[in-house]
Write a protein that binds this ligand. Sequence first.
Ligand SMILES: Nc1ncnc2c1ncn2[C@@H]1O[C@H](COP(=O)(O)OP(=O)(O)O)[C@@H](O)[C@H]1O
Ligand SMILES: [Mg+2]
Length: 233
Amino acid sequence: MEKLGDKLGMTRNITKEKLLHKGAEASLFYGHWFGKEVIFKHRIIKDYRIEQLDRKIRTVRTLNEARALIKVKEYRINTPQVYEIDTESSTIIMKYISGSKLKNLIKTLNISKKKEIFTNLGRIIAILHINGHIHGDITTSNIILTSSEDIFLIDFGLHDYSDSIEDKSVDIHLLKRVLISSHGDDFKLCFNAFLEGYKSEYRERGNNAYNDIIKNISIIETRGRYVKKENRL
Ligand SMILES: Nc1ncnc2c1ncn2[C@@H]1O[C@H](COP(=O)(O)OP(=O)(O)O)[C@@H](O)[C@H]1O
Ligand SMILES: [Mg+2]
């Protein structure tokens, strides 16, 4: 039987055309899959790991990410449709989402648009959390906005299942840090809008766990400062 790994780039129906991004874990290619515009997310071999272990890690992570991308669609969260999973070459073939990364878009948005987008993002992350999903890497590079202003979440490589307050706060705390470090001027406005959306979604479902989750973000920050002080000694 022909394996997808061998097929990639070898048949006219599946073509990898352009390297878009090379991350620590994966290379992302743009291409076509039976006439559709797609992204190939290919987890790369790590030579420093024992071969068998490396293969296992890549397989597990590929499957986890693909499952999460598919699973969260149940809650009407926009994620790229998964077309094919190939554990042999640890590749996910998914729909190419045409749009802009939130990272590059923020500076072009007016205040009310920023508020609107971040409020919606807060609602989306609340839906994930209420259903026991942790995205694991909520950065402005992992959010794509389409021309019709739909918000797409991508990069579920660090996705996990959890119902703990701590894990949910850590998820949000990462976004907070990214906003401070990469979008400092917009941090307050965007993060407050995010929290408003997050709280609203919880409240509307009669769930007040958001109080503890948001409170815990400050506790995490206190711990961070403590660690930094320790390092200085
Ligand atoms: N489905 C997709 N549609 C369009 N662009 C994508 C898609 N998936 C990934 N990308 C682009 O590739 C980049 C890296 O993908 P990502 O899954 O975040 O990999 P990494 O784990 O290396 O961060 C994203 O920031 C985005 O620009
Ligand atoms: Mg990413």
